[in-house]
Design a protein around this ligand. Structure first.
Ligand code: HEM
Length: 144
């Protein structure tokens, strides 16, 4: 199950990025099509939050497994990223997406655009892109 969830977490990143960019463009263009897209974005990002929380707690590098012998959390690039930086920035991004959805429902385009822009920057910064040293992961599930 863990591998399946990790693969889902990997692939949903693209769904979220696509929805986030489309919704942001709709906010900029002041399109009322923003109502359904912002809702889908909200749904997918909350699914991602649940999978992420599971991985963080019970996954292969989850907190339930504990830190390996001799590893100090804040001094270890890998564990600091997966236990602190990635979850913290993603949770923040999901909060921004959630608030943005509320604004989008009211067709407050300017507030929605700013909130989504911040969420996009946070997500782009916190994804373990393949070119990142130590924490890098594949573009797609199962790809080296
Ligand atoms: C929009 C939100 C998020 C995006 C785009 C995202 C993206 C990713 C990606 C691309 C990976 C690498 C997957 C792979 O190795 O194939 C990953 C791993 C991980 N994510 Fe997220 N994530 C998000 C939210 C979260 C949240 C909210 C948490 C925790 C509360 C979390 C916890 C983790 C953990 C622990 C791993 C490592 C899992 C492992 O290697 O076993 N993620 N994430």
């Amino acid at each position: 199950m863990d591998t399946g969830l990790l693969h889902l977490h990997n692939i949903l990143r693209w769904v979220i990025l696509l929805l986030l960019i489309v919704t942001l463009l709709q906010a900029i263009a002041k399109s009322n099509g923003i109502r359904p897209t912002s809702l889908w974005l909200l749904i997918f990002s909350h699914i991602m939050l649940l999978i992420g929380l599971y991985q963080l707690i019970a996954g292969r590098y989850g907190t339930m497994k504990g830190l390996p012998e001799g590893v100090s959390l804040m001094k270890d690039t890998f564990y600091r990223f997966y236990w602190i930086e990635h979850p913290l920035m993603m949770v923040l991004a999901i909060i921004f997406i959630t608030v943005a959805r509320g604004k989008a429902k009211l067709l407050n385009y300017k507030a929605t655009a700013w909130l989504l822009f911040i969420a996009l920057v946070l997500i782009l910064a916190a994804i373990p892109w393949p070119f990142r040293e130590i924490v890098g992961r594949p573009w797609f599930p199962g790809v080296k």
